[in-house]
Design a binder for this molecule. Structure first.
Ligand code: MF3
Ligand code: CO
Length: 297
């Protein structure tokens, strides 16, 4: 028996590379493939070919992210106490469309709105509503995703409405620090678990927990691609990072338990089990030859 993923067609050095870069294989993925095959043989989890984007695809994702970032910048400038989350949804829809994009969440597996707005004890996938108004002290995650010319971008930020409690402010700050601690560990040939370790260590050192059941994802050609990006793996475990991977770093950090549940009625909105607050920042990154490029933030 041969492990199916090891069964690849023999490539000659002068064949055009499978990634469709147009370059000969020997000037493109040959060396990486050799290293990946060696790692896979000793049991390391390696990316599949569709996870490795070529230059043209990366450029498409970058352009999609320009819209996503502009939308979040607009939200950052204009979000305020007393407004409804439905108003945020209308901003996202209008700006995305005006800039030539499509809001990726709209009608995605039946999702009814253009953006997710998750307040306080909502962990993610809060659905904008005309009946939900922002109040002083709320912490809210606004999660935007864009399709432009078939390419996907995805990022989210936290916003504090007015002034909040020191505890909630600390949660918001630590959740952001977690993303940057994780990002430092993303470079070719590091493991996903190296990133997880940095994130969960920082969260726990501050007395917080990391959600286990929901994570990040590959993103670019599809909205949600493999791999599943976990923030609770052990150092030196999980998938190895390789140039060309594009995925999200989006740990959900809880003030209390890591346990969560999903709203039975709408099938989307996820809450902390103990009702305590949760915070999340999300960036979309590209693994480069030397480290990372942040595509969307
Ligand atoms: N960035 C969120 C995620 O990847 C967006 C979800 S949109 C939804 O989970 F439609 F799935 F809610
Ligand atoms: Co996402």
């Amino acid at each position: 028996m041969i492990k199916p993923s090891l069964l690849k067609f023999k490539m000659n050095p002068n064949d055009p590379c499978w990634c469709k870069s147009g370059l000969p294989y020997c000037d493109c993925h040959q060396a990486i493939d050799k290293r990946l095959n060696d790692l896979e043989r000793v049991g390391v989890e390696v990316p599949t070919r569709p996870m490795l984007k070529n230059a043209e695809q990366i450029e498409g994702i970058r352009k999609s992210a320009v819209i996503n970032v502009a939308v979040l910048d607009y939200v950052a400038e204009n979000i305020h106490e007393g407004m409804s989350t439905d108003e945020i949804d209308r901003w996202v829809y209008t700006i995305t469309k005006d800039m030539g994009g499509i809001p990726a969440p709209l009608n995605y597996e039946g999702y009814p709105k253009s953006v997710c707005t998750s307040i306080n004890n909502q962990v993610c996938h809060g659905i904008p509503s005309k009946n939900v108004f922002l109040r002083e002290g709320d912490i809210i995650n606004v999660d935007c995703s864009t399709i432009r010319n078939g390419y996907f971008s995805d990022s989210s930020r936290m916003f504090v409405i007015g002034k909040t409690t020191p505890e909630k402010q600390h949660l918001v700050d630590v959740a952001k620090e977690c993303v940057y601690k994780g990002l430092e560990q993303v470079k070719p040939w590091n493991y996903m678990g190296d990133m997880s370790h940095a994130i969960k260590t920082h969260a726990r050192a501050n007395g917080f927990s990391v959600v286990r059941d929901i994570g990040g994802h590959g993103c670019g050609i599809e909205f949600h691609e493999d791999p599943f990006v976990s923030y609770v793996l052990r150092k030196g475990t999980g998938m190895v990072f390789v140039p060309g991977m594009t995925f999200t770093i989006e740990p959900m950090i809880n003030m209390g338990t890591y346990r969560i549940y999903t709203d039975r009625k709408n099938g989307w909105t996820t809450y902390t089990d103990d009702g305590k607050p949760s915070a999340q920042w999300e960036i979309q990154v590209l693994v480069t030859e030397t480290g990372t490029e942040i595509l969307s933030w």
